[in-house]
Structure formats: C-alpha cells, structure tokens
Write a protein that binds this ligand. Structure first.
Ligand code: IPM
Ligand code: MG
Length: 290
C-alpha cells in the first residue's frame, strides 16, 4: 500500500500525541511493507494564529486530495477554533463517527466504576456527525439576552448512518440501541420512525430504543447490555465522553469519522492545554486511531 495521509495535529497536546501515532504507523509500514507519506497542515487555534482562519483553504484542499486524515486535537478558550473541525466534518461529508468502548482488563482499577459492572463491556457508539443541533441555524439578539440553536434532521441523514450501524451489528452481537428523546423531541420521533423501518431490513438484528436520560444511566449501571449504540450528533458527543469512563481513561478512546469519499481518524479527547509540552499526555488514543 502506498497512502498519502494529511496530518492535522492542531492544538494543545494534539501535536505530541500525533507524533507518536505517526511513529506507530511508520513502524507498521516498515514491518508490513506499506508506504505512508505524511503531509502536515494547520487546523484550529494554531491555524487562526498563522492564517486568520480555523480551517484554511489549503488544509481543506489537502484533505480533499489525500487517502486519509489523521487529526490531533482542537480548542482554545480564547479563540474558540472548534468551528474548524465542524466545518471539516461537513465539507468532507464525514457523517458517521464511530467510537469503540471497551473495558480493558489492565485498566479496570483506574475506572471509578466497579469491576463487576465493567467486565466484558464492549460496544461501539455510532454518532451522526453532520446534522442536528451542531449545524442548525443559530441566533442571538443584540442585547445578549436571547439565543437559539435549531435541531434539524432529514430522513436521508438518518438512513445513511443507520445502515452502517446495522451492518456493524450483523458482524457483532446483533443488537442496535437507538438513543433519542422521542418523548419530547420531534427530531427524535423522526429518528425512531426511520430506524424502525430500516431495522426490518435486518431481521437478525434486534432494535431497542432508549431515551437518552435513561441511556446515560444505563451506560454506568449496566454497560454490558450495549452492542451498537446509535444516536444523533449532540447525544453522541455527550454519551461517548461518559462511556469513556468505562475504559479507565479518555486517553484511550479512539475514533473514526467516515464519509462516502473521505475518512478522518482522531482520539476523542480534547486539546488538554494544561498538559501541553509536559510529555505527560497519553498517546494511546491517537495510536489506536491510526
Ligand atoms: C468531539 C469534540 C468536538 C465535538 C468538539 C471539539 C467540537 O467534543 O469530537 O467529541 O463536539 O464534536
Ligand atoms: Mg466531544
């Protein structure tokens, strides 16, 4: 294999952990005879500093023309560069964010959850990444006393990620749990309707629906019950951080963001600016992502 990989190491500990991941990938290349060519580009606060934009044109063009993207971390409370990552996900059509959650035997003592509860936990979060409240219209008034974020979904967006989730379940324990808030939200009722229809195409997979408030409790009380957890953008963001507690450390959580033409791999942790340059950041999540 000969692959060109865009490396967007970003802010905070991003560059440190990404460097280790590049070394791991290089070592794999040497052993298995693949060539990985890395090309660096700016994103995030560092990109704002260098070019005035969190996602410069040059970075986006590089990402459009590579085989894959390795992403580090993004964030800086002073300039709020997160928009750069959201724009990248949208521009490249990265609609599915996949986050594996596992209880690692060696790390069970690091988790605040009891070992008996954790043992054997192995599920994967399928988070929709291009829609929902993240991308709906945002408004605020001039006085700064009112703000709104619109949550929108259309059928096609739900269909695309749901098929991936059901296909994954077919190769695993054959269960999909849809997490929503269908007792309150119209978008959640749409999710339930669409996902229930899709489930009929996968008769060997069981579909279960859980309200997000209940799901957030179940993840801690009985995490073994989950196989594939399918959910929208905002709920997926929140629940995947919560679920990372199961692995003993958010520093171990990898993720893949997939679209029809592009793919991006990144640790789920943030930029942890306080740790930057101290050589204490755990690079495992980035290594697992590559
Ligand atoms: C994540 C992060 C991002 C998100 C931030 C950095 C915008 O928390 O990938 O989970 O909210 O999606
Ligand atoms: Mg998050």
């Amino acid at each position: 294999m000969n692959l060109k990989i865009a490396v967007l190491s970003g802010d905070g500990i991003g560059p440190e952990v990404t460097l280790q991941a590049k070394k791991a990938l290089h070592a794999i290349g040497v052993v298995y005879n693949h060539e990985f060519v890395f090309e660096d580009a700016y994103i995030g606060a560092i990109a704002i500093e260098k070019t005035g934009k969190p996602l410069p044109e040059q970075t986006l063009n590089l990402c459009r023309n590579t085989d894959s993207i390795l992403f580090g971390a993004i964030g800086d409370p002073k300039v709020r560069p997160e928009q750069g990552l959201l724009q990248l996900r949208k521009e490249l059509g990265l609609f599915a964010n996949i986050r594996p959650i596992k209880a690692y035997p060696k790390l069970m003592n690091s988790s605040p959850i009891k070992k008996e509860v954790l043992q054997g936990t192995d599920f994967v979060v399928y988070r929709e990444l291009n829609g929902g409240m993240y991308f709906g219209e945002k408004t605020s008034n001039e006085e700064g006393t009112y703000a709104s974020d619109l949550c929108e979904y259309n059928e096609d967006e739900i269909v695309k990620i749901s098929h991936l989730a059901f296909k994954a379940a077919q190769t695993r324990r054959k269960k999909v749990t849809l997490v929503d808030k269908a007792n309150v939200l119209e978008t959640s009722r749409l999710w339930r309707k669409v996902v229930t229809n899709i489930a009929a195409e996968y008769p060997e997979v069981t579909l279960e629906c859980l309200y997000v408030d209940n799901a957030s409790m179940q993840i801690i009380v009985n995490p073994r019950q989950f196989d594939i957890l399918l959910t929208d953008n905002l709920f997926g963001d929140i629940l995947s951080d919560e679920a990372s507690v199961i692995s003993g450390s958010i520093g171990l959580m990898s993720s893949a963001s997939l679209g029809e033409q592009h793919s991006l791999f990144e640790p789920i942790h943030g930029c942890y600016t306080e740790a930057k340059g101290k050589n204490i950041a755990n690079p495992i999540a980035s290594i697992l992502s590559v």
